[in-house]
Design a protein around this ligand. Structure first.
Ligand SMILES: *Cc1c(COP(=O)(O)O)cnc(C)c1O
Length: 356
């Protein structure tokens, strides 16, 4: 197996972020579920989260939960993508809880629970405007009626997601609405729910400016641990490290070439008609990573004076003419990443994910 491309993850920086986030949440009486999907459920990441005091692990994919369940048998595991009908059997077997928005799935989970003689906890997922998953206010009562018919499915909370699709910010009034809908849910169920799960990383801002409504007591955090950023809030989180990981790739070709393709132009490997501007003869380098591994819009060379020109499946093409440091064949170049690039890199079977 090739050592490069290498996704180098700095254990001490992630651990630092985990400590800070968990402490901040503890001060605000918030329980944190550590979301591992950003690194495809990587066990070393999960371990850092658990060591920092994360009480729960959460992932969007049953496959990741399956692997983590084997490694961490006693830890509560939550599926945070609303379940597929076709995965109920493994859901009940390997996860302790899930977020649910379709009342139709409740009796199916309940049946599976009866079959396995297990209970399963759910949080009712509501939509407060981001328009991804979640039920609308007028559907709460019907959902509650379905819940009351279950004997092994227990609703322990209400949850909401922000930012990911509609870019909606978790403002204080939205979270008050979550609290109110949760109280309605409690009163219709006839018992108090335990959890008001107010979102992910983008909700952390509410703990920083003191505008988190009373009662919101649960968050599902991923991005902040991994990158120290809040993509929806378009900010670096001030008390966290952003220097948590880099992509390292090896140069496989370096030479001077014209900056304009020559010949009759058709489409590139992905069906797009390429456009280039003429900058004369330039020194270029190719590193061994490509679109099969990486969302290239989300990377940035760390070394000054290097520019990403584009990529095909297996080749990333760079203009290195203005590089401040000399560059030669076989050198490794480093890149910073955003969430999307990290996600794709951790998913690629061709990338060596290494904790250092
Ligand atoms: C991805 C996800 C999270 C974690 O979001 P971050 O922005 O990475 O903190 C939380 N909840 C749900 C439902 C998710 O899909």
């Amino acid at each position: 197996m090739s050592q490069w491309p290498m996704l180098k993850i700095k254990r001490d920086k992630i651990s630092f972020n985990a400590d800070r986030i968990i402490q901040k949440c503890r001060e605000n009486k918030i329980t944190v579920a550590g979301v591992t999907k950003g690194l495809s459920g990587h066990p070393e990441f999960a371990e850092i989260l658990l060591n920092a005091g994360c009480g729960w692990l959460a992932d969007s994919r049953m496959d990741n939960i399956f692997h983590l369940r084997k490694l961490f048998p006693g830890i509560p595991m939550m599926l945070i993508r609303i379940p597929m009908k076709s995965e109920i059997s493994s859901l009940v077997e390997y996860a302790d809880s899930s977020l649910v928005s379709m009342k139709e799935i409740l009796p199916l989970i309940d049946q599976e629970c009866i079959y396995r003689k297990k209970t399963h906890e759910i949080m009712m997922m509501v939509d407060l405007g981001d328009l991804r998953e979640g039920l609308m206010e007028e559907e709460i009562s019907a959902f509650t009626r379905s819940l009351k018919k279950c004997s092994y499915v227990k609703c322990t909370g209400i949850a909401v997601n922000f930012g990911c699709f509609g870019g909606v910010i978790p403002t204080c009034d939205k979270l008050v609405q979550l609290k109110n809908w949760g109280e309605q849910l409690s009163s219709e169920l006839g018992y108090e729910i335990s959890w008001y799960s107010g979102g992910g990383t983008s909700t952390l801002i509410r703990t920083e400016d003191g505008s988190l409504p009373q009662g919101v007591n649960h968050l599902r955090i991923g991005e902040a641990f991994l990158l120290g950023t809040d993509c929806t809030g378009q900010r670096n989180i001030p008390y966290l490290s952003q220097d948590t990981m880099t992509l390292e790739c090896e140069i496989i070709e370096i030479r001077t070439k014209p900056s304009l393709p020559f010949g009759t132009i058709g489409a590139d490997a992905f069906g797009n008609i390429p456009f280039f501007s003429d900058r004369g003869i330039r020194q270029r380098a190719i590193v061994a990573v490509g679109k099969q591994d990486l969302r290239i819009e989300g990377i940035e060379p760390i070394q000054k004076g290097i520019e990403v020109l584009g990529a095909s499946s297996d080749h990333l093409i760079l203009d290195v003419q203005d590089s401040e440091e000399p560059i030669s064949f076989g050198d490794k170049l480093e890149f910073r990443l955003n969430y999307g690039s990290m996600l794709s890199l951790s998913t690629s079977a061709y990338v060596n994910v290494k904790f250092i």
